[in-house]
Ligand binder design. Structure first.
Ligand SMILES: [Zn+2]
Length: 224
């Protein structure tokens, strides 16, 4: 209680002060989260964006948001405002539900989307590692974060057309320890999927450089 007084906590969506019983999001914002329901028997929105990837087994996202939505603040907190725990917490909530729907069946390991060395140094963390930790918390699946690196600087995607985004995302990734992932069913984690270009680029590199893999994908959000 004293801690609440000294270090008040705020909802990562609406900014309202949290009650001691609430964590990360106030109950109103949590219940209003624009969730995407996952079903094994229908192609998810995320799966449709990655349909060209031949190793893809399944893909899901927790929620969707538009530019105007306050739920966009979750991504700002996660990436730019140094509150990556919101990603871990939400991923754990989402993964607990997905686990009961069989989403993690057969998955051997979790690989967070790599960010550039300099970006990680400046930010102090890779936000996707926090999402990965939330999934590990719910499922016990191990994280492998040292097998793929981002090779060249990722130029800014915002404001670019779809074709330019695709071109921009080409050949960004390099597999540095193929033996850690060979023969495995890998769950790739990203914070948000917009066009699918970055994820497709990563999966293409994985398919060509790591023998005999299957890939599934989890993103915290879909932006539209
Ligand atoms: Zn709220």
């Amino acid at each position: 209680m004293l801690l609440e007084f000294v270090f008040p906590r705020y909802c990562k969506v609406c900014g309202r002060r949290l009650d001691p019983s609430e964590d990360q999001l106030c109950i109103t914002c949590f219940l209003g989260l624009p969730r995407i329901e996952y079903r094994q028997d229908t192609l998810s929105l995320t799966e449709r964006m990655l349909i060209t990837e031949k190793s893809l087994v399944r893909a899901a996202s927790l929620f969707q948001y538009s530019k105007e939505s306050d739920y966009r603040n979750i991504l700002f907190h996660l990436k730019y405002w140094h509150h990556p725990k919101v990603g871990q917490w939400l991923a754990c909530v989402g993964a607990t539900e997905l686990r009961d729907k069989g989403f993690f069946e057969g998955i051997d390991c979790i690989v967070p989307m790599p960010i550039s060395y300099w970006k990680e140094l400046r930010r102090g963390y890779n936000q996707c590692s926090y999402i990965a930790k939330g999934i590990r918390q719910a499922t016990g699946i191990p994280i492998i974060s040292n097998a793929i690196v981002l090779e060249k600087k990722h130029s800014k995607q915002a404001g670019l057309g779809k074709f330019q985004r695709w071109k921009n995302a080409e050949n960004l990734f390099k597999v540095t320890a193929s033996e850690l992932l060979a023969g495995k069913h890998i769950l790739v984690i990203d914070d948000v999927i917009t066009t699918g270009a970055t994820l497709c680029s990563l999966i293409d590199v994985m398919e060509s450089d790591i023998p005999n893999i299957k890939v599934s994908v989890f993103t915290l959000a879909i932006a539209y």
